[in-house]
Design a protein around this ligand. Structure first.
Ligand SMILES: NC(=O)c1ccc[n+]([C@@H]2O[C@H](COP(=O)([O-])OP(=O)(O)OC[C@H]3O[C@@H](n4cnc5c(N)ncnc54)[C@H](O)[C@@H]3O)[C@@H](O)[C@H]2O)c1
Ligand SMILES: O=c1ccn([C@@H]2O[C@H](COP(=O)(O)OP(=O)(O)O[C@H]3OC[C@@H](O)[C@H](O)[C@H]3O)[C@@H](O)[C@H]2O)c(=O)[nH]1
Length: 344
């Protein structure tokens, strides 16, 4: 059977499902009800702080505590506007909410490679479940995707239009390809069911509350320097990353959720550093006696990474404010406290 005009029309974006009637209630000033999956993790818990501090929201966190901890949320536990649910997003979740920030997914390469099949399930089934929830309750949903969708990029800096250079069968692909499928699912639910979607492509983010043994480079170097261990620079050390401080990232995520663009949109700090430069900065700013050693790298490590944030700047009026030199000492202060070492 040939295609008809109607069939082509059916490919157009559907109208979004209706939000809860409470959104338009005349007699109650209903707070915005927001679900944060992965809210016990590093970025998630800072996002929860911001959402709770306004007093205008009720926040529900769903987390399986694989890489996050209740401790990150301790100031909100018991608060009437806050609820914490131990929940794995690979299972469906039934809650009545207006917005969903979908962060749940291990992010450190050590954590996401630990159980790669589970990482894929988290990205694919987890995102499907959250999209199903968004569809049922008419919620807007934001996915925290990643710069890793660009793989080992052949374009530099990376613009949102770049399709990436990802090894589909490598040890990182459970995460990279998982996030790429998650983005696909978001767009298919948007086109097919009219779901309001927002996609942030987050570049390396650091700050207080990162798991001390998280395995990512900034937390490793600071913890190693404070413990009197040599910083482990993975060879060749000339690979680059662009590091964004967590408060800037949270501001970007909230602006994106409040905007009227689907994305994907890069969020990150364009300041680009080699790992050797990062080790030198930790030594200079945090622990002058620190030293580093070159160690073996892991397969498929991207050689360079730097966001083009023109879109975020023009559409969200967002740009990062905290430089690496200002952010590293803020993170170190938190690590000093948690490691129980005294500041020199
Ligand atoms: N920090 C970064 O540099 C960075 C960069 C790009 C993208 N991201 C994305 O941002 C999000 C948060 O990253 P983060 O740095 O805060 O990492 P994190 O590991 O601190 O937080 C992830 C949270 O998700 C939870 N989680 C994992 N699997 C789950 C599951 N199946 N069900 C429920 N909860 C689950 C963890 O317990 C944890 O609390 C992730 O989606 C990550 O992919 C982070
Ligand atoms: O101890 C270490 C750890 C890491 N590194 C190097 O530091 C660089 C960054 O590595 P990280 O493990 O911090 O993070 P990656 O940039 O590889 O991945 C990150 O990318 C963006 C997000 O999606 C995730 O947070 C994470 O996957 C790599 O080149 C790695 O080789 C070290 O030199 N020493």
């Amino acid at each position: 059977m040939g295609h008809t005009a109607n069939e082509d029309d059916s490919l157009a974006v559907k109208a979004p499902p209706l939000p809860s009637p409470l959104r338009h209630s005349k007699f109650t000033t209903q707070k915005m009800r927001i679900l944060v999956t992965g809210g016990a993790g590093f970025i998630g818990s800072h996002l929860v702080d911001r959402l709770m501090e306004t007093g205008a929201n009720e926040v529900i966190v769903a987390d399986n505590f694989f890489s996050g901890t209740k401790d990150n949320l301790r100031r909100w536990i018991g608060h009437p506007n806050f609820e914490l649910i131990r929940h794995d997003v690979t299972e469906p979740l039934l809650v009545e909410v207006d917005q969903i920030y979908h962060l749940a997914c291990p992010a450190s390469p050590i954590f996401y490679k630990y159980n790669p099949v589970k990482t894929i399930k988290t990205n694919v089934m987890g995102t499907l479940n959250m999209l199903g929830l968004a569809k049922r309750v008419g919620a807007r949903i934001l996915l925290t995707s990643t710069s890793e969708v660009y793989g080992d990029p052949l374009e530099h800096p990376q613009k949102e239009e770049y399709w990436g250079n990802v090894n589909p069968i490598g040890v990182r692909s459970c995460y990279d390809e998982g996030k790429r499928v998650a983005e696909t699912l978001m767009f298919d639910y948007h086109r097919q069911h009219g779901i309001e979607i927002r996609i942030a492509r987050i570049f390396n983010t650091y700050g207080p509350r990162m798991n001390i043994d998280d395995g990512r480079v900034v937390s490793n170097f600071i913890a190693q320097a404070l413990r009197g261990e040599q910083m482990t620079v993975q060879a060749p050390g000339t690979q680059t990353r662009s590091f964004c401080y967590v408060s800037d990232m949270v501001e970007g995520l909230i602006r994106l959720m409040g905007s009227d663009v689907t994305g994907p949109i890069n969020l990150g700090n364009p300041g680009e550093f080699t790992m050797l430069e990062l080790a030198e900065a930790v030594k200079e700013l945090i622990e002058p006696s620190a030293s580093w050693k070159l160690v073996e790298n892991t397969p498929d490590d991207p050689r360079k990474r730097k966001p083009d944030i023109t879109k975020a700047e023009s559409i969200l009026k967002w740009e990062p404010k905290v430089s690496l030199r200002d952010g590293l000492p803020l993170m170190a202060a938190d690590f000093f406290e948690r490691l129980g070492v005294s500041k020199k």
